[in-house]
Design a protein around this ligand. Structure first.
Ligand code: KG4
Ligand code: ZN
Length: 341
């Protein structure tokens, strides 16, 4: 077969997205976000997000096909994120994709969204080498994956035991009065602050917990620690320097993420580390990973920002990998899995 044409569809959270690839060439990439509708509630409201997917699904898919100068009949297979994500959101995307596959008699692949974040980096860096380590960080996930073969051999090396990195930033941002999503505000303020002004805990880095969870993370204590510090400083009549709080938080989170990722790379003898997910926009994390990569002699692939956030290209690229590897399509009755590992 000539290079397969794949339509990728994404609806795990607040982005309705679709893209078309031919082989590993991106032909179109359309994203509609409902973020503005969630901002005034301080977080993603699943009901609102699901409704937005239902409204945007057909226009977004039609636009992606039109931009690629294609009709549905020109597509060889459809790929759709089947998890992890918000159940109601996944249900809209998967039902829509199944309807298209049924109507046009096309094979369909229900894919893992987190692995999609790794797959999309092929657009910028080419093939994912065997035994690559991937750090996928967003508002919803924080995972270290060993990617031996992107289509057939991916395993979890570490994960967060509680909050995701982005979620932790968003919680502290709320405490500091920044609008949702607060991560980018923290990033900006952190650049002007002193990271040593206060101590922000680095979960699972000391004692028995660190030995039992060498590549796992815990961020749930961070917000409480920052809240207590602010309380205590205020009680003593000290003014709060927001830049310093942001700098200490960003330094702590970037350090623990990069240290544990590099430790896992050394342990597994991985020569390449890939980073992805919305939180990989964070400049402190990017800097820490690039520096750690230079120290350890590991190639660190930090993709351009538009590839980091949720999009259809990540789904289409992973679909392309699955078709190329001869992986069988999903059964027509495959189900969504909101906590897919
Ligand atoms: O992948 P994404 O767009 O959505 C999902 O969570 O799936 O990631 C959004 C998350 C939010 O928590 C946001 O605050 C965080 O990524 N984020 C950042 C930055 N840009 C986005 N956090 C820190 N620094 C940034 N520059
Ligand atoms: Zn994502």
């Amino acid at each position: 077969m000539s290079e397969p044409v794949i339509l990728g569809i994404e609806s795990t959270c607040d982005e309705t997205a679709a893209a078309v690839v031919r082989g590993k060439t991106l032909l179109s990439n359309v994203v509609a976000s409902s973020m503005d509708e969630h901002a005034r509630y301080g977080g993603v409201i699943p009901e609102i997000a699901s409704r937005a997917h239902a409204e945007s699904f057909v226009p977004v898919v039609s636009q992606a096909l039109a931009d690629a100068h294609m009709e549905l009949s020109d597509v060889d297979a459809i790929a759709v994120s089947a998890g992890p994500g918000l159940a109601g959101c996944l249900a809209v995307g998967v039902s829509g994709a199944k309807s298209l596959a049924y109507a046009a008699n096309k094979p369909i692949y229900g894919i893992n969204h987190v692995i999609g974040h790794v797959a999309v980096t092929q657009l910028q860096f080419g093939q994912v080498p065997a035994n690559t380590l991937a750090l996928i960080v967003s508002g919803g996930h924080t995972s270290v994956l060993r990617v031996n073969n992107i289509a057939t051999d991916v395993s979890v090396v570490g994960t967060t035991l509680d909050d995701a990195a982005g979620e932790c930033f968003d919680k502290v941002a709320r405490l500091l009065g920044f609008p949702y999503p607060g991560g980018p505000h923290i990033d900006r303020h952190a650049r002007q602050g002193n990271p040593h002004a206060l101590r922000v805990p680095q979960g699972l880095t000391q004692g028995k917990a660190a030995a039992e969870h060498p590549y796992d993370f815990s961020f749930s204590g961070v917000k409480t620690a920052v809240a207590r510090w602010i309380e205590s400083e205020t009680a003593q009549g000290h003014a709060i320097n927001v830049d310093d709080v942001c700098a200490a938080l960003a330094d702590s989170v970037a350090t623990v993420l990069s240290k544990k990722t590099m430790a896992a790379a050394a342990h597994l003898d991985s020569q390449t580390v890939i980073v992805g997910g919305g939180f990989s926009a964070n400049s402190q994390l990017r800097t820490a990973l690039i520096k750690a990569g230079q120290e350890h002699g590991v190639e660190v692939r930090v993709p351009e920002l538009r590839l980091c956030t949720d999009n259809g290209a990540m789904v289409a690229m992973l679909g392309s990998n699955l078709v190329e590897a001869g992986v069988k399509p999903s059964r027509p009755d495959f189900s969504i899995d909101s906590s897919m590992s």
